[in-house]
Design a protein around this ligand. Structure first.
Ligand SMILES: [Zn+2]
Length: 146
Protein backbone atom coordinates (compact mmCIF):
# COMPACT_ATOMS: atom_id res chain seq x y z
CA UNK A 1 0.00 0.00 0.00
CA UNK A 2 1.34 3.39 -0.88
CA UNK A 3 1.79 5.87 1.93
CA UNK A 4 0.36 9.36 1.60
CA UNK A 5 2.98 11.92 0.66
CA UNK A 6 3.87 14.78 2.97
CA UNK A 7 3.80 18.25 1.54
CA UNK A 8 6.65 20.79 1.91
CA UNK A 9 3.96 23.39 2.62
CA UNK A 10 3.26 21.52 5.83
CA UNK A 11 6.77 21.91 7.21
CA UNK A 12 6.78 24.82 9.64
CA UNK A 13 9.74 27.21 9.90
CA UNK A 14 10.73 25.57 13.23
CA UNK A 15 11.24 22.18 11.54
CA UNK A 16 7.94 20.66 12.66
CA UNK A 17 6.30 18.47 10.03
CA UNK A 18 2.63 19.31 10.54
CA UNK A 19 1.83 16.14 8.56
CA UNK A 20 2.54 14.06 11.69
CA UNK A 21 0.79 16.42 14.14
CA UNK A 22 -2.31 14.93 15.75
CA UNK A 23 -4.36 18.10 15.21
CA UNK A 24 -3.55 18.04 11.49
CA UNK A 25 -4.25 14.30 11.23
CA UNK A 26 -7.58 14.67 13.05
CA UNK A 27 -8.51 17.45 10.62
CA UNK A 28 -7.24 15.87 7.40
CA UNK A 29 -8.52 12.34 8.18
CA UNK A 30 -11.96 13.62 9.07
CA UNK A 31 -12.06 12.73 12.78
CA UNK A 32 -15.26 14.34 14.04
CA UNK A 33 -14.76 17.12 16.55
CA UNK A 34 -17.54 16.32 19.01
CA UNK A 35 -17.91 19.08 21.59
CA UNK A 36 -14.33 20.18 21.04
CA UNK A 37 -12.93 16.73 21.88
CA UNK A 38 -10.17 16.95 19.30
CA UNK A 39 -8.22 19.90 17.97
CA UNK A 40 -8.44 20.46 14.23
CA UNK A 41 -5.59 22.27 12.49
CA UNK A 42 -4.77 22.70 8.80
CA UNK A 43 -1.08 23.13 9.57
CA UNK A 44 0.92 26.08 10.89
CA UNK A 45 1.70 27.63 7.50
CA UNK A 46 -1.68 27.09 5.78
CA UNK A 47 -3.52 28.74 8.65
CA UNK A 48 -0.80 31.35 9.09
CA UNK A 49 -0.46 30.53 12.73
CA UNK A 50 1.26 33.18 14.77
CA UNK A 51 3.08 30.95 17.24
CA UNK A 52 5.42 32.25 19.93
CA UNK A 53 8.48 31.43 17.87
CA UNK A 54 7.21 33.48 14.94
CA UNK A 55 6.00 36.33 17.16
CA UNK A 56 9.39 36.46 18.87
CA UNK A 57 11.35 36.57 15.63
CA UNK A 58 11.63 39.63 13.36
CA UNK A 59 12.88 37.48 10.46
CA UNK A 60 9.97 35.06 10.57
CA UNK A 61 7.34 37.73 11.13
CA UNK A 62 8.64 39.67 8.11
CA UNK A 63 9.02 36.48 6.06
CA UNK A 64 12.67 37.18 5.29
CA UNK A 65 13.47 33.52 6.01
CA UNK A 66 11.51 30.33 5.30
CA UNK A 67 13.19 28.04 7.85
CA UNK A 68 14.94 28.75 11.12
CA UNK A 69 18.17 27.15 9.85
CA UNK A 70 18.61 30.21 7.61
CA UNK A 71 19.14 32.24 10.78
CA UNK A 72 22.65 32.53 12.18
CA UNK A 73 21.24 32.51 15.71
CA UNK A 74 19.56 29.12 15.45
CA UNK A 75 18.48 27.84 17.86
CA UNK A 76 17.14 30.93 19.59
CA UNK A 77 15.87 30.40 23.14
CA UNK A 78 12.26 29.93 21.94
CA UNK A 79 13.16 27.25 19.40
CA UNK A 80 15.48 25.62 21.91
CA UNK A 81 12.61 25.36 24.39
CA UNK A 82 10.31 23.58 21.92
CA UNK A 83 13.16 21.41 20.70
CA UNK A 84 13.90 20.21 24.23
CA UNK A 85 10.24 19.37 24.77
CA UNK A 86 10.03 17.41 21.53
CA UNK A 87 13.22 15.50 22.24
CA UNK A 88 12.04 14.58 25.71
CA UNK A 89 8.39 13.81 25.04
CA UNK A 90 8.30 12.68 21.43
CA UNK A 91 11.83 11.44 20.73
CA UNK A 92 12.29 13.86 17.84
CA UNK A 93 14.38 16.99 17.43
CA UNK A 94 13.08 19.98 15.50
CA UNK A 95 16.59 21.40 15.25
CA UNK A 96 17.66 17.98 13.96
CA UNK A 97 14.91 18.19 11.34
CA UNK A 98 16.10 21.65 10.32
CA UNK A 99 19.72 20.48 9.93
CA UNK A 100 18.48 17.57 7.84
CA UNK A 101 16.47 19.93 5.62
CA UNK A 102 19.45 22.24 5.28
CA UNK A 103 21.76 19.38 4.30
CA UNK A 104 19.61 17.24 2.05
CA UNK A 105 16.57 19.33 1.18
CA UNK A 106 12.95 19.23 2.25
CA UNK A 107 11.93 16.45 -0.18
CA UNK A 108 14.51 14.02 1.15
CA UNK A 109 13.54 14.94 4.71
CA UNK A 110 9.87 14.24 3.98
CA UNK A 111 10.70 10.91 2.35
CA UNK A 112 12.39 9.80 5.57
CA UNK A 113 9.46 11.07 7.62
CA UNK A 114 7.14 8.86 5.57
CA UNK A 115 9.15 5.79 6.55
CA UNK A 116 9.58 6.87 10.17
CA UNK A 117 5.89 7.54 10.81
CA UNK A 118 4.32 4.88 8.60
CA UNK A 119 1.42 2.96 10.14
CA UNK A 120 2.33 -0.76 10.03
CA UNK A 121 -1.34 -1.65 9.80
CA UNK A 122 -2.70 0.48 6.96
CA UNK A 123 0.26 2.47 5.61
CA UNK A 124 -1.09 5.85 6.63
CA UNK A 125 0.60 8.11 9.18
CA UNK A 126 1.31 7.65 12.89
CA UNK A 127 1.13 10.85 14.89
CA UNK A 128 4.32 12.09 16.48
CA UNK A 129 2.29 13.18 19.51
CA UNK A 130 0.36 10.07 20.51
CA UNK A 131 1.66 7.37 18.15
CA UNK A 132 -1.87 6.81 16.85
CA UNK A 133 -3.05 6.23 13.30
CA UNK A 134 -6.04 8.45 12.55
CA UNK A 135 -7.19 6.22 9.68
CA UNK A 136 -7.27 2.67 11.12
CA UNK A 137 -7.04 3.52 14.82
CA UNK A 138 -3.77 1.65 15.43
CA UNK A 139 -2.28 2.61 18.84
CA UNK A 140 1.20 2.24 20.38
CA UNK A 141 -0.29 -0.25 22.90
CA UNK A 142 -1.49 -2.50 20.09
CA UNK A 143 1.94 -2.48 18.50
CA UNK A 144 3.63 -3.42 21.79
CA UNK A 145 1.54 -6.55 22.30
CA UNK A 146 2.47 -8.08 18.97
ZN1 LIG B 1 -3.26 2.89 10.15
Amino acid sequence: MESPKFSPDLVAPCGMNCGVCKAYLAYSRGVPNKRGSVTHCQGCLPRNKNCFIKRGCPKLSKNTIRFCYECENMPCSNLDRVDRRYRKRYGASLVGNLREIEESGVDSFLKKQTVKYRCPECGDVLSIHDGKCYVCGQTPEQRQTR
